[in-house]
Design a binder for this molecule. Structure first.
Ligand code: SAM
Ligand code: FES
Length: 346
């Protein structure tokens, strides 16, 4: 066993250089097992065997941005675009509530159609109908004022992956008009406004080095988000990264354990991207420290259109099937899906 693994387990934090060393052990099975055992111990201490579930409503695939890796980026003219009406979104919530969801995640591209007025109205309508449910937004970068209005309308949480904490690497993944500085600023705005905040990144995105991942870990510790979303990068055929290799499942699992140890109370999803890369990916994620799953509540007619990467799973199933399937998967690794809001423990 490498000393660095034991040092990290003891200190729960390392320097950037030390993280590079820790990450360098990712394909050493004894290091991965030791970290996973510690991560599971911590996860059980705070969350027992509960797995929280979020109903994901992908409500628009219009996007004004051009992130190079993403299938729904503005420049992809092959993407067939859709938007859900407020009524369609509320219908997703009706069926989701019946199925036991107590958190709704509204996720979409950066779509200017959803002005602050429209978005605030949608959030308010959900919170009026379901006051015991949490609303999570994932709408990308907006102004402080916009985040403030949506928070006042009742939004509880916000997911905005930082994607990479290294400036140069950020520039490889995004066009010049996007900046890591703005992204980080948004995350700090959200924190200041009292949102439960989620950051995160793709594992194995083009050009990513272990020292970029080390910077991600340093940044996560500094931001202390309540949620962290990570999943393997998966190429999309209509992007300039179409022939790049996908990210590694094993490295993603290794990072999930590290993040659980780094931020013990974090809400950590076993993501759809992980399930896409490996048929048992989500179960494996839960078995190394993850405690959240996010099944799809979007209308089946639009599922395939929210096409971020190739071969995305769960695009043909009804919401009930997806929830049932996940409940069985969660139980198969010794955990239970619960019908709770699932806030981070304080
Ligand atoms: N527009 C919002 C935002 O930017 O935060 C939410 C939607 S965005 C499509 C959600 C996440 O999908 C991104 O943060 C990114 O990490 C992930 N994603 C996009 N393309 C991907 C790909 N090719 N492989 C894996 N994940 C991808
Ligand atoms: Fe969607 Fe299994 S989680 S079908």
């Amino acid at each position: 066993m490498k000393d660095i693994v034991e040092t990290f387990i003891k200190e729960r934090q390392l320097t950037r250089e030390e993280y590079v060393e820790l990450l360098g052990c990712w394909n050493d099975p004894s290091a991965a097992e030791r970290l996973a055992a510690e991560a599971v111990k911590i996860r059980k201490q705070y969350y027992g065997t509960k797995v929280y579930t979020r109903g994901l409503i992908e409500f628009t695939n219009y996007c004004k941005n051009n992130c190079y890796y993403c299938g729904i980026r503005h420049g992809n003219h092959n993407a067939k675009r859709y938007r859900l009406t407020k009524e369609e979104i509320l219908e997703c919530c009706v069926s989701g509530y019946e199925l036991g969801f107590r958190t709704f995640v509204l996720q979409g591209g950066e779509d200017p159609y959803y002005t602050d007025d429209r978005m605030a109205d949608i959030v308010r309508s959900i919170k009026d109908r379901y006051p015991n449910c949490a609303v999570t937004l994932s709408l990308g970068e907006r102004s402080y004022e916009s985040y403030k209005r949506l928070r006042e309308a009742g939004a509880d949480r916000y997911l905005l992956r930082h994607e990479t904490a290294n400036e140069e690497h950020y520039g490889r993944l995004h066009p010049a008009e996007m900046s890591l500085k703005t992204r980080k600023e948004c995350l700090y705005f959200l924190k200041e406004l009292g949102y439960q905040v989620g950051a995160g990144f793709m594992v194995g995105s083009p050009g990513q080095r272990l020292r970029d991942l080390a910077e991600d870990l340093v940044f996560l510790k500094e931001l202390e988000p309540q949620m962290v979303g990570i999943g393997p990068f998966i190429p999309h055929h209509d992007t300039k990264f179409a022939s790049e290799p996908a990210g590694s499942v094993e490295l993603t699992l290794y990072l999930l354990s590290i993040i659980r140890i780094l931020l013990p109370k974090v809400l950590l999803p076993a993501t759809t991207a992980l399930g896409t890369m490996d048929p048992k990916g989500r179960e494996k994620g839960l078995a190394v420290g993850a405690n959240v799953v996010m099944p799809n509540l979007s209308p089946v007619k639009n599922r395939k259109q929210y096409d971020l990467y190739d071969n995305k799973i769960c695009t043909g199933e009804e919401a009930a099937e997806c929830r049932g399937c996940l409940a069985r998967r969660v139980e198969s690794v010794g955990y239970q899906l619960v019908n709770e809001r699932g806030d981070a423990v304080s």
